[in-house]
Design a protein around this ligand. Structure first.
Ligand code: PEP
Ligand code: MG
Length: 755
C-alpha cells in the first residue's frame, strides 16, 4: 500500500499529467504547445527551469523549449550526443541527478542560456520503446538532489511526452520540431538476398499506437490492467498446454512468458504508474520501453532473449488493452517492403511474391526465412538494427540488397541515385533474358551446364524463366521445415511429381533430407548439441534412424513413375556412409518393385562432397558413385574452419583463395580419373567470377540460384577459358593469397576488348 505522502505525490503527478493531456486538446501549434508544457512542469515541480531537448538528427540535440532559460537560446543551443550533461542523458539513456551541475564531469557551460545560476540538475531521457527522442531537464538555484518521487514524476511525464511526440503533437512550425519518424534514416545491415527494391514499409507486427497515455480514473485503469493480465495468463497457459512437450526451446519461451505474467515486480511497477496518472496501456509501454533500453546493453544472450520475451509479452498486453490486433487493418501498400524483427519461413511464404523486399532487424544468412526469400527472389537485408523502431507503416523505403543498406524516408538525392541503379539493373535483366535460351559456351568453345537450386514449389516457375538446365540440387528439407508435422509419404509423392512435371524431362537431382545443424524440424526432438553444424545431421541422422529416409526414397521412386531418377545423399564424410545409403536405396527399389510400383527407367545415386575427408576417399568410392556434387557452402566452412553462419568469420576467407581453388582442382582430377561426373552446387557457383574460376578448375556443371544463371552465363559467354586458367595459374605461382585480384584485373581489360 502507498503511504499518505506517496499518495499526495501520486495525486500531484496525476494532476500534472491531466494538465498535460489537456494541452493535447489545445489548438496550439507545436512550439506553443511545447512552451505550455515546460511552463506546466516547472510550475508543478516547483523548479525555476524546465527545458525540453529533442534530437535534430541522430547526433544532435536541440533546445526546443524552455521555461527559465533565456528565450534567445531556444533553437540556438545544440549539443552533440554525449556532450554535456544533456548529451550524456541522451547517449546513455539514463538520468542524471546532481546538486551541483557545474562540478559534474562532462558539464558544458553554455553562456547563451544563462544557466550558470542554476545549481541542481535533473535530466531524464524522453524514450519510446527503447528509442531516445530527447531529454527533459529541470534545474533550480538551490543546491539539492531531486527526490525519488520527483524523479519518478519526471520520468512518467517524459514518457507521456514521448507518446505525444509519436502522435505528432509537436509537429508544426519549426523544422526542429518535426518528429523523428519524419527524418531520413540510413541503416547498414547485411545482404541475405541480392536485389534492389523500393516501396512502402509494411510492418509485420505493427506497433500499437497509444492515444490515451493519461487516465482520469486510476481505479478503473487498475481493473483494466488486471483483466488484461488475466486474459494474458489464460492464453499463455493455453499455449503451454498445447505446446509439444518435446520442444524444449518452445517450452522455455512459454515458461518465461508465464514467469513474467505472474511477476509481482512487473505488476507492482505498472500499478504504481497507474496510480500516478498513466493509463493501463501507457504503464505497460513504460515497462516495455525500459526492457528495450536494457536489451541493447545486456551482453548475455540468454538474458537478452528473456528481455525479448518480455517485449513480446508487452506487445500482447498492449493488443489486449487497446483492442488492436496484429491485423490493424493497415492495407498492404502497392509496393510492400516487409519490415520485421524476425520472421519464420511459413509466415514469409504466406506473404509470398507480393513482397518487393524484406528488411529484418535480426535474421541470419542461413536461416530458413532467408532460404525462402531466396527461393522467391525477394531482396532481403538482415541485421538492420533499429529498423522496427524507426520505420512506420507506409514510410517510403529503399532496399539496397547489393550493399546491405536500407534508406528510410530518403531525401531526393538518394532517391534519384537509387532509381538510376534500379534502371541499370533492369537493363541488365533484359540483357540476361535475351541469352536465356542460348548455351553457356565460352569463347574457346567449352560448354558449361548451368542448372538451378530449388526447394519450394515457388521455385518451379524459375525453371522456365531463368533458362536453367534442370535442377542440380533440390533441397527436400524445406518441405519438411515449413510444416508443423511430418509430411506423409503420399504428400511427398505428389510434391515430387509436381517438381518432375515442371522439369518436363530435364534432370532433377533430389537430395535426401539435410536436417540437423540449423535446420531443426519443429516436430522432431531437438538434440542438445554443442556444435550442431558438425553434429548429428544429414546422412548421419538418415543412417542412424533410416525410417524417414526410406519413406523419402519410396516417395522419389513413386513420383518418378518410370522416369529417370537422380538422388544424392548430403554430407557424406566417408565411403561407408555412401555404400550403406546406396544399399538402402537398392533395397527400397526391390521392395517397390515387389509392391508393383513402376521403377525408374534409370537411377543415378550421388554423394555430396561437403567435408574435406571425402576428397581423399578410396578410389573405389569414386568408382561406385554415379556422380558427385560439391556442396561448397559446407565444404568451405570446414576447409577454412570458419562457420558459415558467423558474421565475424564468414567473409574472412575468399573462395578464390589459392588453397581452396587447388583443393577443388584436386577433387575434379580425382573424379575425372574415374570418369565420375562432378558438379558444384554451393552459393558460390552463382557468383560470376567464382563460377568462371570453377570452370577453369575443370567443373562443367554448376548449380545455382535461378537469378544467378543470367549473370553467370553472360560472363562465361564472353571469356576465353584457357586464358582464364593461365591467369589463375600465374597468380598461384606468384604466391598470391587469392586469385581474385588477378582475375578481376584480367577481366577488366579482356571484357573491354570483348564487350
Ligand atoms: C552446401 O553446403 O554447399 C549445400 C549446397 O548445401 P546446404 O547449403 O543446403 O547446406
Ligand atoms: Mg551443405
Amino acid at each position: 500500500m502507498a503511504n499518505s505522502s506517496d499518495k499526495s505525490t501520486e495525486s500531484e503527478s496525476r494532476k500534472l499529467l491531466v494538465r498535460l493531456r489537456e494541452t493535447l486538446g489545445d489548438e496550439a501549434e507545436g512550439q506553443a504547445r511545447l512552451d505550455h508544457i515546460t511552463h506546466l512542469i516547472a510550475d508543478s515541480i516547483s523548479t525555476e527551469v524546465c527545458s525540453i531537448y529533442l534530437f535534430r538528427d541522430d547526433e544532435t540535440l536541440e533546445l526546443c523549449s524552455s521555461e527559465g532559460l533565456k528565450a534567445e537560446a531556444v533553437h540556438q543551443t545544440r549539443m552533440r550526443l554525449g556532450e554535456g550533461l544533456v548529451g550524456r542523458v541522451a547517449k546513455k539513456g539514463q538520468l542524471v541527478n546532481t546538486a551541483d551541475a557545474p562540478k559534474e564531469p562532462g558539464f558544458r557551460f553554455m553562456p547563451e542560456t544563462g544557466e550558470e545560476i542554476y545549481s541542481s540538475f535533473l535530466g531524464v531521457p524522453i524514450q519510446r520503446l527503447g528509442e531516445t527522442l530527447g531529454v527533459l531537464v529541470v534545474q533550480s538555484k538551490i543546491a539539492r538532489t531531486f527526490s525519488d518521487d520527483e524523479i519518478y514524476a519526471l520520468e512518467v511525464v517524459a514518457m507521456v511526452l514521448a507518446e505525444m511526440a509519436e502522435l505528432g503533437a509537436f509537429v508544426g512550425e519549426g523544422a526542429a520540431l518535426s518528429a523523428r519518424h519524419q527524418q531520413p534514416v540510413m541503416i547498414r545491415g547485411s545482404v541475405a538476398q541480392e536485389g534492389t527494391a523500393q516501396g512502402q514499409v509494411y510492418l509485420h507486427e505493427p506497433r500499437v499506437v497509444i492515444t490515451n497515455p493519461v487516465a482520469d480514473d486510476p481505479e478503473a485503469e487498475r481493473i483494466r490492467l488486471h483483466e488484461a493480465v488475466d486474459t494474458l495468463r489464460i492464453s499463455v497457459d493455453q499455449m503451454l498446454a498445447g505446446a509439444s512437450t518435446g520442444d524444449k526451446e518452445q517450452m522455455q519461451v512459454l515458461e518465461a512468458y508465464r514467469m513474467f505474467a505472474n511477476s509481482k515486480g512487473w505488476m507492482r511497477r505498472m500499478e504504481e504508474d497507474i496510480a500516478r496518472g498513466l493509463s493501463a496501456e501507457a504503464a505497460v509501454e513504460k515497462e516495455q520501453s525500459i526492457a528495450r533500453a536494457r536489451m541493447s546493453q545486456v551482453p548475455d544472450p540468454y538474458l537478452r532473449e528473456r528481455l525479448h520475451d518480455l517485449d513480446d509479452l508487452s506487445n500482447r498486453m498492449l493488443r489486449i488493452l487497446t483492442g488492436q490486433g496484429k491485423d490493424t487493418g493497415a492495407e498492404m501498400p502497392a509496393n510492400p517492403i516487409l519490415v520485421a524483427r524476425n520472421i519464420g519461413p511459413g509466415e514469409l511464404l504466406e506473404y509470398g511474391r507480393s513482397l518487393k523486399g524484406i528488411v529484418l532487424e535480426e535474421g541470419s544468412v542461413g536461416s530458413h526465412a532467408t532460404i525462402v526469400a531466396r527461393a522467391l527472389a525477394i531482396p532481403l537485408v538482415i541485421h538492420a538494427s533499429r529498423i522496427t523502431t524507426e520505420a512506420l507503416n507506409g514510410d517510403h523505403i529503399l532496399v539496397d540488397g547489393e550493399q546491405g543498406i536500407v534508406h528510410l524516408r530518403p531525401d531526393d538525392s538518394v532517391e534519384t541515385a537509387f532509381s538510376d541503379k534500379m534502371a541499370m539493373q533492369t537493363s541488365a535483366a533484359e540483357r540476361y533474358s535475351s541469352i536465356r535460351d542460348k548455351p553457356a559456351i565460352t569463347r574457346d568453345g567449352t560448354e558449361i551446364t548451368l542448372s538451378m537450386n530449388a526447394g519450394l514449389m515457388a521455385d518451379l516457375p524459375s525453371l522456365n524463366s531463368s533458362g536453367a538446365q534442370g535442377v542440380g540440387l533440390f533441397r527436400t528439407e524445406l518441405q519438411f521445415l515449413v510444416r508443423n508435422q511430418m509430411p506423409k509419404r503420399g504428400e511427398l509423392v505428389e510434391l515430387y511429381k509436381r517438381v518432375l512435371n515442371a522439369a518436363d524431362g530435364q534432370r532433377v537431382v533430389f537430395r535426401t533430407l539435410d536436417i540437423g545443424s540449423d535446420k531443426v524440424l519443429p516436430y522432431m526432438k531437438p538434440q542438445d548439441e554443442p556444435n550442431p553444424a558438425m553434429g548429428w545431421r544429414a546422412i548421419r541422422l538418415g543412417l542412424d534412424k533410416p525410417g524417414v529416409m526410406r519413406m523419402q526414397l519410396q516417395a522419389f521412386i513413386r513420383a518418378c513413375e518410370g522416369r529417370p531418377m537422380s538422388v544424392m545423399f548430403p554430407f557424406v564424410a566417408q565411403f561407408d556412409e555412401y555404400r550403406v545409403a546406396r544399399s538402402i536405396l537398392e533395397k527400397e527399389l526391390e521392395n517397390e518393385a515387389r509392391l508393383g510400383h513402376i521403377l525408374p527407367e534409370r537411377v543415378e545415386v550421388g554423394a555430396m562432397l561437403e567435408t574435406p575427408s571425402l576428397a581423399y576417399a578410396p578410389q573405389q568410392f569414386f568408382e561406385m558413385c554415379d556422380f558427385i556434387s560439391v556442396g561448397g557452402n559446407d565444404l568451405k566452412q570446414f576447409f577454412f574452419a570458419a562457420d558459415r553462419e558467423n558474421e565475424l568469420v564468414r567473409k574472412r576467407y575468399d573462395t578464390l583463395n589459392v588453397s581452396f581453388l587447388s583443393f577443388l582442382e584436386n577433387i575434379v582430377e580425382r573424379c575425372n580419373s574415374t570418369q565420375t561426373p562432378i558438379s558444384f552446387c554451393g552459393e558460390d557457383a552463382g557468383r560470376p567470377i567464382e563460377a568462371l574460376c570453377f570452370a577453369a578448375m575443370g567443373f562443367r556443371v554448376l548449380s545455382m540460384r535461378p537469378a544467378s544463371i543470367g549473370p553467370v552465363k553472360h560472363l562465361l559467354r564472353r571469356v576465353d577459358l584457357a586464358e582464364a586458367k593461365q591467369v589463375i595459374d600465374a597468380a598461384r605461382e606468384s604466391g598470391a593469397q587469392s586469385v581474385r585480384p588477378a582475375v578481376q584485373e584480367w577481366l577488366a581489360t579482356h571484357l573491354a576488348a570483348n564487350p
